[in-house]
Design a protein around this ligand. Sequence first.
Ligand code: AMO
Length: 398
Amino acid sequence: MRDRSGTTQVTLKKGQADPALFALLGELPRESIVEVEGAVHRSERANRGIELLPERVRLISRAEVPLPLGVVDKVPAELDTRLNHRVLDLRKPSVRAIFELRAALLSGFRQSFIERGFLEIETPKLLRQGAEGGATLFPVQYFEGRAFLAQSPQLYKQMLIGAGFERVFEIAPAFRAEPSDTVRHITEFTSLDAEIGYIDGPDDVRGALEGVIADTIRSSREQLLRADNPLAAGLPEIVVPFPRIPFATAASWLDRTDLSHDFGTEDERAIGEIAVERFGNPFYFLIDYPTAVKAGTFYAGRRDDDPSLTGYFDLDYEGLEIASGGPREHRLDRLEAQIREAGLDPASFSGYLEAFRYGMPPHGGWGLGIDRLVQALARLPNIREARLFPRDRYRLEP
Ligand code: AMO
């Protein structure tokens, strides 16, 4: 018998138990819901050291046969089959453990942000304008017109710095029309965003990011250990500061001289192997992203001493990009110029740009993919396993 606390053995002893109970429990399909009353006895052989000798059994809900997916089967099912029958799949304690880890991380982040003086915000998810490039925008019919699902809270978290909030964070869904079918992309993910005003440079942003990650992983480990969650053991010891590897250095590891385009998945994996071996930390920053690589990221701040570089960084975990961010361009004239350089029209960002007209401090922040972090920490081959009901190009159900 299984419930959220675990599995308990129910033992019927031939000759001792009521024959009617034998008949009922003997024909009961697996995964049915029952209420059992009886005496609890010590048992050396049972998994919790106890067994339940039933006196009364009530069938609450009978499961249909056959089950489309075994819950206690040792043979692993294909991921597609598991996701098609996700409610049964989620009954597996090993799958539930992933969502306990996820919940511990979410509450750990919230707590860490609050302790650091950040205010939790909620920004609109129906937008007139995207911030992260036109290719991954989802259009939505919006009355007589058209809107888009938010790819990130980027423009709004910056506007709230203009509103004087100074330190904000948001944990919310983000939508990207990712056409490619990969193990690290989904169309609906949870983005953990932060924005900080009055920064002196990129290291203020990186320091806050590694700080909340350190707090969160430590508190999650304690919480999961107390709950006997097997994933607790896999959480890394956090050593801060995380190594900082310039983009150009990582490119040189791959013998790449052209610094005008971003690393692909295979590059990230190869860099991850070298970085982890060299620095012994699963987390590491790739810093000083070239301006050419971030050309579409019109809000990125460039370095005053070398405009060919931005202050942007990615945070990776063993070859998987978890977060990206950096200082923003807070000066209106330069921001408008960068919007034009990205091939966009400043006029269509008037609501955003207004926030820069009446006093905007230097600021920066990051976006972190919660699903990617869960995928990395639980060592899941596919990001879809990190979401209860994942969405991708081919999946809108269940
Ligand atoms: P970026 O586009 O790099 O930056 O996204 C930030 C993080 O979000 C996660 N992510 C995804 N996870 C799963 N599926 C996807 N399709 C997907 N797309 C992104 C990744 C990524 O590192 N506004 C900036 C952040 C900022 O500068 O503050 C942004 O959105 O983990």
